[in-house]
Structure formats: C-alpha cells, structure tokens
Design a protein around this ligand. Sequence first.
Ligand SMILES: Cc1cc2nc3c(=O)[nH]c(=O)nc-3n(C[C@H](O)[C@H](O)[C@H](O)COP(=O)(O)OP(=O)(O)OC[C@H]3O[C@@H](n4cnc5c(N)ncnc54)[C@H](O)[C@@H]3O)c2cc1C
Length: 405
Amino acid sequence: MQAIDVIIVGGGMVGASLALALDRSGIQTALVEQQALQPCSLSIHDPWQPRVSALTEASIKLLNYLDAWQGMLTQRVCPYTRMIVWDGEGTGEVAFDAKNRAQKNLGYIVENKVIRNALLQQLARSTVQCFGDQPRLEYQLSGQGGEIILSNGEVLCAPLLVAADGAESRLRQLSGIPSNRKDYRHHALVTTVETERFHHHTARQVFLDSGPLAFLPLESQDGRHYCSIVWSLLPAEADRIEALSDQAFCHELERAFEHRAGKILKVEKRFRHPLCQRHARQYHRQGVVLVGDAAHTIHPLAGQGVNLGFMDVAVLTDELITAAGRGDDYFAAHILDRYQRRRRGHNTLMMAAMTGFQNLFGANDPGIRWLRNTGLRLTNRLPLIKDMIVDQATGLSNDIPEFIR
Ligand SMILES: Cc1cc2nc3c(=O)[nH]c(=O)nc-3n(C[C@H](O)[C@H](O)[C@H](O)COP(=O)(O)OP(=O)(O)OC[C@H]3O[C@@H](n4cnc5c(N)ncnc54)[C@H](O)[C@@H]3O)c2cc1C
C-alpha cells in the first residue's frame, strides 16, 4: 500500500489543474483517471473539437500560475473583446466592450481538448503520480479519506480523497453526499460552423422562446471564419433540429441568429447534451471533498461551468496550503468547512442567476417580455451597471486567493 497526502479521482480540466496546484505547494498528490493521462500532439490544423470553454480572466490567472496558459497560446485560442446579448423576440439588446474597462479583452474561447492537453503537459513535468487508464477503480472509504484499489491490484491510501470525476461522480455517491438535481428542460446542441462574416472577436447570444443560442468566436483559418455554437432547446425542438440535414440545419441556424453571421457555410458533426442543474448539499464528508462538476453543474448560457470549477481548485488549494503551512491537518473537517463556506454560497448564487435568466427569457407573458426588453435597453445605457456585470464575468471581483491575483 502506498500512502499519499491527497488522491484526486478524475483527470478532467478541474482534477488535472488541482493536481498541479497541490504539487506546486509541496503536497504529495496522486491523480487517478479512467482514460489516458498522456498529453497528445495537437496541431492547429486538426478538426475543431465540439466542446469549448469561455475562460474568464480569473481562470486564465490560475492556468498561468500552473504554467499551462503559455502552452495554450501556441494552440488555437480566440480572445473576445465584445459580448452582445439580445432578445430574439423583442428589441432589447446589451453590448459589453473590453475597451470601456481599459481591458484588452473579456476572455478567451478555447477548445476543452487544448486546455486539458496543456495541463497534461505540465503534469508530465511535475512530481504528481499519475495513474491513467483505470476504468474500474475500487474504493474503501475509512471515515477519514480511504483507499483506492487500482486495476493491477495496487493500493493507494490518503486521508483526503478529492472527487473530480464529473457530474455523475461515483466517489460523491459512495461517500453518501446528497445532491440536489433540477432538470433545465433544455438540451444543448453543440457544434462548429463556418460563417460567411468575420465575428470581430465578439461573443453573441440571442435569447429565443425555445432557449438561448450562443455563437462563440474561434480563430479564423486561411481566410475562413468559424464559431462554436451552443444552442439550448426544448427537448422536442432539439429532436427536430438534430434530425435536419446539414443544409436545412444551416438555414434554420441562420434564421434563428437573424443572419448576424451572414450565411452559415458549413457545419461539423452535432452533439447533444441534456442540461441539468446539480448541486451537492455538502462539499465534503469524512475526508472526501468535491470539486468542479462533481460538486455542481450549471446551465451553459453564461459559460461559467468550468470557471466555477477552476475557482474551486484555487480556493481548495489556498485552504490546504494555509493549513499545512501552519502545521494543521490539511484534511481536517474544519479546514474543508472553510473551503465549503467560500465556494458553496458563490456557486449557489451563480445557479440562481442562471435559473432567473432562464425563467425571464423563457416567459411568454407580454408584461414580462416588455420588462426584460426595457431592462436590456436600460442596462445598455448604464455604464456603471455594465462595468459591474463585466467585473462579475471576469471572475476577478469574487473571492479569489492571493496566489493567483
Ligand atoms: C454544452 C456545454 C457547454 C459548456 N460551455 C462552457 C463554457 O463555455 N464555459 C465553462 O466554463 N463551462 C462550460 N461548460 C461546463 C464545463 O464543460 C464543465 O463544467 C467542465 O467540463 C467540468 O470539468 P470537470 O473536470 O469538473 O469534469 P469532467 O470534464 O466531467 O471530467 C471528469 C473526469 O473524471 C473522469 N472520471 C469520471 N468517472 C471516473 C471514475 N470512476 N474513475 C476515474 N476517472 C473518472 C472522466 O474521464 C473525466 O476525465 C459547458 C457544458 C456543456 C454541457
């Protein structure tokens, strides 16, 4: 049996970044993942990956601290300097511009594969013990962390186990942490499209009766322009749109997007994700602590999911290293309580905001429609309110640890 300080289960974007952050702080860490953990060689000419993330400035600061951001900059990343949101059923529109905040941009759109690969490259240079290709783990929880039995029978044990194994987290379930679940009644269709017009580094989102449709800018290649789209739809509408031929899909998308990208010239393979809000009622129990989607999943309409996960990583690292620095048990319940207090309230607020947006824009009532259009137009004329929204969107106005400020 090998004793380690912390074992992280799940080497997605969140688990991999936590492993690196703890390693930097001298905490002995193992990362266990069902898929491979070797970085691959990516080329800027590879086909587009369907899943992308809109990274906030706070997340970029964390990735920079982990030395992963520089690697991403050599791949396909697309800064966005403007964000436009409008009501597809009305006249309200609001635009946010980095220029007004004396910032270079509002964030970056990056393919998830590029983010994860840059983290895996750094892991390969770290002292984290990586155990990839582990499809069937066995767990023995001890009441203070526990043991993990690998496919070859090897046993790892630690007083702190981290569940970073995504929305359906098995470790969360085994530890008996209950989770609230609410179906958003939306399915997201995601894909990449080639557009006639250049996006001018602007992220656009239209709220339609059936749900929000986002066009996220991607890097242009050989004079061709691309956007990643996330189209949230009621399930029956998603069935209909998913079944369309590529040509009919492009026409439907052009119309829904009010031709703001010009013609949709080409569409890649479409993928569908049912959307569901989940929130763990506790973030830790008996030496098992949750981060990222294992703790919470949220509607992608504000592109916050992985950004919340990265801030879980930053705050949990902060609490663990502060405790270890004082000579306290970093795995003690009162230390993990501090992590829970700093993150759960914030994540709850973000979820409430997404539900509010969904209800506001999903309402057909003429009074509510008038109110939201007036609200959008008013917000557009109030620079102070817009600044506050941008500060929230960058993540920098929240409780983020000193080491990444
Ligand atoms: C359509 C859509 C669009 C989105 N857009 C955005 C966006 O623009 N911006 C944003 O911030 N977020 C966005 N999100 C959310 C974001 O993708 C997630 O929050 C993020 O991927 C969560 O990362 P994670 O590492 O916590 O979990 P995951 O990515 O799910 O990773 C979990 C890892 O654990 C591994 N694993 C699972 N079970 C086991 C096991 N038993 N043993 C070992 N390993 C295991 C998996 O293989 C995986 O590698 C979007 C989500 C959706 C659905």
